[in-house]
Design a protein around this ligand. Structure first.
Ligand code: DGT
Ligand code: ZN
Ligand code: CA
Ligand code: CA
Length: 607
């Protein structure tokens, strides 16, 4: 069970494997078909599957200790295999050597494929319910003959799980809420992934000769952190060929509607998309309506009514007229109602209309304002790229500077650095800067673990030797709200703390935030002049956009931190900019908009 839980995300490393834009092959040696982290995942999964089958504990342990040995290994796996040294590594039993080598060389393993195929898929799905590992799923299966999540749910509802030895009422409730979360999560998609699907569709639509205008609307356009379905609006006087193209696209697995004005399709990932085609004169109204949010639409309709008009997706009509007002663009629609143009990401029904009326909308931060990024990992801990490679990627993005912040030693699963290695890394970075090899200045930092009692994982002297430090929680997630809040505030009050990393630990659509009183954390950060990050990994986007407007008004400073574990993921900073925009943030409130000297000055005055 432990290994299964760890696999679903206590380590940042998990995200590397899922990074949506990741291309591993480019920087891996030719002989490597599967990297170390993925092999570790498979060994751990084998251990869980063996548990589920009730295999003998020694066999199970061989896989879990093999996984751990591989995970903590400092040397390059390819080099070890080439040197024939895998069998002499502690924790790697003889049965595993060949399997690891096969995975490394081919990316496949027949033993694993057969093992998975020998187990009912419903049982494997049950492993995704938090708290259920191989042993428990086996018990449930043996005692209640449940072979699917639906059957397990019914058994819980009938009180059969609570009555089982080793389970009880509490774990029955936990299983039920786990099942409910899983169902809710399955209906939504990360913005980053949804955007990757939507972009080529918009381009494809615009390329059609019948299409005058085409835009993505809905939550995607509002830059929400997750997206339920995609919505496209097209202006055309000839809808049929547009609809036919839409339902006939590559990747469509099901057409759920194919009409003259509306079509709906589903892609393999489960993501669904709606297309609406309207005459050009309706386009602005339809685009505004289907961009939403519902709350924003209700407020806009209210405002139109106050001026004697009824506003809908079809148009804007006064009571005395049968024809709609001619409105060419959203901007014109807002103007007609006496409002400044409200950017889609602010249309959440959170007083944006009042701000637009008073001409007090923020001048939102833009992607082009960003001069560099701070929280990133290298091969020194669990990153995939070296200092040189990360700096080159930062240069390609046009950055002036790059902050590195590898893990500290308590994050052993991420190969975290001890004091000695941190100082050595800082020396290496200094030498890199002095070499003049790169126009990008590298700031030396650390992502230091906040230990369960709120103390820090490294010596004060070590932290002071760096340009800056990001402090993060990576363990003991189940502390009470009081404990967790006190723990994080204690870390914020430490003089070496300059930034707080991913303040709730949430993983979108997979792990709920840990319990923490963020208002108190924000107060402490402001009082101690500590920055809170927007962790820009599309699976985190933490701290949440809903909290930023008020916090920043009260003086909280922000940093947009991609938490990149490879060169491609530096681009996540754009997802962070989206969230900053949703949080009404302007350039001055974000450290990354300062130039290199400005950042150095900010760090120095904090020391
Ligand atoms: P999603 O897909 O759950 O991530 O969120 P949205 O915002 O994309 O919602 P969706 O796809 O159901 O509908 C797109 C937009 O259409 C929505 O943001 C506002 C508008 N809309 C949909 N249903 C209603 C409604 O009942 N009333 C109003 N005023 N607007 C609606
Ligand atoms: Zn972290
Ligand atoms: Ca939608
Ligand atoms: Ca929709």
């Amino acid at each position: 069970m432990k290994s299964a839980e760890r696999r679903v995300g206590d380590s940042d490393a998990v995200f590397i494997n899922e990074a949506p834009t990741l291309v591993i092959a480019a920087d891996s040696p030719k002989s490597c078909a599967m990297n170390k982290a993925d092999i570790v995942d498979i060994l751990e999964e084998i251990a869980v599957l063996l548990e589920l089958k009730g295999e003998n504990p020694f066999k199970i342990r061989a896989y879990s200790s093999g996984a751990r040995a591989l995970e903590t290994m400092e040397d390059d796996l390819g080099a070890i295999i080439d040197a024939g040294k895998l069998s002499s590594m502690r924790g790697v039993g003889s049965a595993l050597v060949e399997k690891i080598e096969t995975l490394y060389a081919t990316g496949e393993l027949e033993y694993y494929t057969k093992l998975r195929a020998s187990i009912a898929p419903g049982l494997i799905e049950m492993l995704e319910i938090p708290g259920l590992g191989g042993k428990k799923v086996k018990k449930l299966h043996d005692a209640l003959s449940v072979e699917s999540i639906d059957a397990l749910k019914s058994a819980c509802e009938a009180g059969e799980v609570a009555a089982l030895k080793g389970f009880g009422k509490k774990s029955e409730e936990k299983i039920l809420s786990g099942i409910a979360n899983r169902a809710a999560y399955a209906k939504r998609h990360h913005w980053w992934t949804a955007r990757a699907v939507a972009e080529p569709i918009v381009e494809g639509l615009r390329a059609l000769p019948q299409v005058e205008r085409a835009e993505a609307a809905g939550s995607l356009r509002r830059l929400r952190e997750t997206v339920g379905d995609l919505d496209f609006i097209v202006a055309s006087s000839e809808p049929q060929p547009v609809m036919d193209w839409f339902v006939g696209q590559d990747g469509v697995v099901e057409v759920t509607a194919h009409g003259v004005t509306k079509s709906s399709v589903r892609f393999e990932s489960g993501l669904q998309a709606d297309l609406r085609v309207v005459p050009a004169e309706q386009f602005a109204f339809a685009l505004h309506h289907f961009t939403g949010s519902k709350e924003h639409n209700v407020a806009m309709r209210q405002r139109a009514l106050g001026k004697g008009y009824s506003l809908s997706e079809w148009g804007l009509k006064s009571e005395s007229e049968s024809e709609s007002k001619g409105i060419e663009s959203e901007k014109a629609l807002f103007e007609f109602l006496g409002l400044a143009e409200i950017p889609p990401e602010l249309r959440e029904g959170l007083h944006e209309i009042e701000a637009a009326e008073a001409d007090k909308l923020p001048k939102l931060i833009e992607v082009s304002d960003i001069r560099g990024v701070f929280h990133n990992h290298t091969t020194a801990s669990d990153g995939r790229a070296t200092i040189e490679e990360m700096a080159a990627a930062a240069e390609a993005l046009g950055f002036d500077y790059l902050g590195l912040a590898d893990h500290s030693k308590a994050s052993y699963q991420a190969n975290g650095l001890n004091d000695e290695r941190v100082l050595k890394m800082a020396d290496t970075i200094r030498a890199f800067n002095e070499s003049g090899e790169s126009p990008v200045h590298v700031f030396s930092g650390i992502e230091c673990d906040i230990l369960p009692d709120g103390s820090l994982d490294l010596e004060d002297a070590t932290l002071q030797a760096l340009d800056y430090a990001v402090m993060s929680v990576h363990s003991s997630f189940s502390q009470s709200e009081e404990e967790m809040t006190a723990r994080v505030i204690r870390a914020i009050e430490h003089p070496a703390t300059m930034m707080l990393g991913h303040p709730t630990g949430r993983i979108l659509l997979r792990r709920e935030p840990y319990k923490i009183d963020l208002q108190k954390v924000i107060d402490a950060a402001i009082a101690n002049r500590v920055i809170i990050e927007i962790n820009a990994n599309p699976h985190r986007l933490d701290m949440d956009w809903r909290l930023w407007r008020r916090a920043a008004e009260r003086g909280l400073m922000c940093a947009i931190n991609p938490d990149a574990h490879n060169t491609e993921s530096l681009e996540f900073y754009k997802a962070g900019v989206n969230i900053a925009r949703k949080g009404w943030l302007e350039a001055e409130q974000i450290l990354n908009t300062r130039d290199c000297a400005g950042v150095a000055k900010w760090f120095a005055q904090r020391q």
